[in-house]
Design a protein around this ligand. Structure first.
Ligand code: SF4
Ligand code: MG
Length: 292
């Protein structure tokens, strides 16, 4: 559900911190992303009891532990299908998925397009550091060929995936990109994503100082450029052009694309209603139906 439809509470960013200690390495960009999530939740006034945080496996997939919310830490790459099921079963909750480049685009690479094309009503924040961090530094689908990682000591043999183009091609209805070193911008993009009704995708570049020595904070600062102020966010062609990067290879930072389309839960509810069934989550109706 878009958080716009939920009742609001007045909480500070620190109020969303769980009792679990954050265990990421010093200097990891994920600290900045987590703070952006806390800030976005506070500004949106999200009640913990209306929030479900879901992840797969990886350093970034630890995020739900650090947020006060309902949560599920699922299998490697499978956050998407679990989150889809959770959203369909409980369309009254806001669903937030967090995960990394390996989890989302390698092991879970078969799930991303379907969440996008079905317009599942949830927010997916992908932390991209171009490496597998938790499993100690293997080459990922977004690694640059220059990266000498554990599994590619002489550099990589292939070109990195372009996640923005991938998501735009498959029909995501909200696509944005940020950088962990710009937490305020990330918070705004996450906030917009959680307000959006439909599949909202926020791609965030992040440094992994422990295993990726080329995608540094300095590298990302040079890489990103603000989306032009006159960019039309309803124009798919223009969004794809930005996602392809400019002549100097700069990556866009900001909101690229946003349109309204019926969501998967709305379409399923319409079908259920059409055939005379009961659609939607209503605990009293479910109890009534279960009565002998
Ligand atoms: Fe962050 Fe990398 Fe450490 Fe994982 S291994 S916590 S991604 S710096
Ligand atoms: Mg990674």
């Amino acid at each position: 559900m878009s958080v716009a439809a939920l009742h609001k509470v007045d909480l500070k960013p620190k109020d969303y911190k769980s009792e679990v200690s954050v265990v990421w390495c010093p200097g990891c960009g994920y600290h900045g992303i987590l703070n952006s999530i806390y800030r976005a939740l506070s500004e949106l006034g999200v009640d913990y009891s209306n929030l479900m945080a879901i992840s797969g496996i990886g350093c970034s997939s630890r995020t739900p532990y650090f947020i006060k919310s309902y949560k599920m830490h699922t299998l490697h790459g499978r956050a998407g299908p679990v989150a889809t099921g959770a959203q369909l079963a409980r369309p009254d909750l806001a669903v937030l998925v967090t995960g990394g480049d390996g989890d989302g685009y390698s092991i879970g690479g078969g799930h991303m397009p379907h969440m996008a094309r079905k317009n599942v009503n949830l927010t997916y924040v992908l932390y991209d550091n171009g490496i597998y961090g938790l499993t100690k530094g293997q080459y990922s689908p977004t690694s640059r060929p220059e990266l000498k990682a554990y599994t590619t000591p002489y550099g990589g043999p292939d070109e990195p995936l372009n996640p923005l183009l991938y998501m735009l091609t498959y029909g995501a209805t909200y696509v944005a990109q940020g950088f962990a070193g710009k937490p305020q911008i990330c918070a705004e993009l996450i906030k917009g994503a959680m307000e959006h009704k439909g599949f909202s995708y926020v791609h965030i570049f992040s440094q992994c100082p422990t295993y990726n020595n080329i995608d540094t904070v300095e590298f990302y600062r040079e890489l990103v450029r603000d989306v032009p102020a006159d960019h039309d966010t309803s124009n798919l062609g223009a969004a794809m052009e930005l996602a392809r990067r400019d002549a100097e290879g700069h990556a866009p930072m900001g909101l690229l694309y946003k349109i309204d389309k019926p969501t998967l839960d709305e379409r399923l509810a319409a079908i259920v209603t059409k055939v005379g069934g009961h659609a939607g989550y209503d605990i009293n109706k479910i109890i009534d139906l279960a009565r002998p």
